[in-house]
Design a protein. Structure first.
Ligand code: SF4
Length: 389
């Protein structure tokens, strides 16, 4: 099957039509149809997102009412950065190569294994392994090999969901990453391994503005990133986690339409899908700050939650506790943890902005964050705290 492609002009035209419809009486009709359980088209979902006639509270109530039966349920994992070195130049990111203000750190394999053991003792059964993205050559090969070793170490320690966020890979690099992973007779990997590559923005002009255009920059190739899940799928992976960094591009209607198209393509390829919606945050050495309001975030999460229920929305504790509490009834995954390199202790974590990719606002221990939702009656998959809930 051909890799994913975006028809940017068609999406922009669809967004314009949705913006016009959002001002009409049709928006209220669409909200009633969504509340009654109808599956809306992408264009209709964009109308709801953009309509000043449909209150955010109404969209959130629809999303909550349409969650799967069986009571509130979340899944969780924690991030584990293996390094904060990166060869790319994304303007909004503290890890970008030219950020001299960042304190660079890389964890060796022994440290990574120690971190996995700490996370496991603290009850986590899901972990995301993160690095930067690198020029082709020996250093890139070494970092992919480190990620592969960390992946095997996580599986050996009983993690039942491992996510890999190490940039867009070539086919041959997937062979390195997955060399130690068991497969079934068809070549499909057996464990639940998720490839994470957030497009950040689906608008190529905005992408070029932040991620650059110099072909020497390993992150500048928009299309190579867009098709990364297709190569992951060809390599036997069956879970994908695309995402939008809210705030890079001001047109949320366009981002929603593009993300929905991407989810549909991945589902057609037989992949399970998570969707991440981080908001742009403060980062070391960069002037870019968040530009998406709490209200806009709640609207886009609500519309995705009921509009694409087959894709679990992922929210991290980059969001402060008050916003988490509003979003949790609508989302599928909450990820507590730190963006520092190998930051975990037996009871907490380091959160130094001068050594991290982005600022995380919730510094409470993982146990306090997840414990709050357990106490409220939420079932949390892939979390087994010592002593039980
Ligand atoms: S967003 Fe990713 S690829 Fe870009 S500079 Fe940061 S770590 Fe590197």
């Amino acid at each position: 099957m051909a890799g994913f492609r975006l028809d940017v002009e068609a999406l922009e035209a669809a967004r314009e039509r949705a913006a016009a419809r959002a001002l009409s009486d049709e928006a209220g009709t669409l909200a009633r149809r969504a509340a009654s359980g109808d599956r809306l088209t992408d264009d209709e979902l964009a109308v709801l997102l953009l309509s000043p006639r449909v209150a955010t509270a109404e969209l959130m109530a629809i999303a909550c009412a349409r969650r799967p039966p069986g009571g509130p349920r979340l899944e969780t994992f924690s991030p584990l950065y293996l390094t904060n070195e990166c060869d790319a130049e994304c303007l909004m990111c503290g890890m970008r190569h030219t950020n001299d203000a960042l304190v660079r750190e890389t964890a060796d394999q022994e440290t990574v294994e120690g971190q996995l053991e700490i996370l496991r003792r603290r009850g986590l059964r899901g972990v995301a392994l993160l690095t930067g993205e690198y020029h082709h050559g020996p250093f890139r090969r070494a970092m992919i090999a480190r990620a592969a070793a960390a992946l095997c170490a996580a599986l050996a320690r009983g993690f039942t969901h491992v996510l890999v966020n190490i940039g867009a890979l070539e086919a041959v690099e997937y062979a390195t990453l997955l060399a130690g992973v068991p497969r079934d007779a068809t070549g499909r990997v057996l464990p639940r391994l998720t490839m994470c590559t957030f497009q950040e923005t689906y608008q190529p002009r905005a992408y070029a503005r932040f991620m650059g255009t110099n072909p020497e920059n390993p992150r500048s190739d928009f299309l190579r990133r867009l098709t990364n899940f297709d190569r992951a799928c060809d390599a036997g992976m069956w879970v994908a986690n695309p995402g939008v960094l809210l705030g890079l591009h001001s047109d949320l209607g366009f981002e929603l339409l593009a993300l929905l198209a991407h989810v549909r393509h991945l589902r057609t390829r037989g992949m399970e899908v998570y969707v991440s919606l981080p908001r742009l945050r403060r980062a070391s050495g960069t002037p870019y700050a968040g530009a998406v309001s709490d209200d806009e975030l709640c609207r886009v999460v609500a519309v995705l939650s009921f509009g694409a229920p087959e894709a679990k929305v992922v929210i991290s504790t980059r969001e402060p506790p008050a916003i988490q509490r509003q979003l949790v009834p609508m989302i599928g995954v909450l990820t507590p943890g730190s963006p520092g390199v190998a930051p975990y202790t037996e009871t907490g974590a380091r959160f130094a902005l001068e050594a991290s990719q982005f600022e995380v606002l919730d510094h409470r221990p993982i146990e306090a964050i997840l414990g709050e939702y357990l106490k409220a009656g939420v079932t949390i998959d892939r979390y087994e705290p010592a002593g039980g809930a």
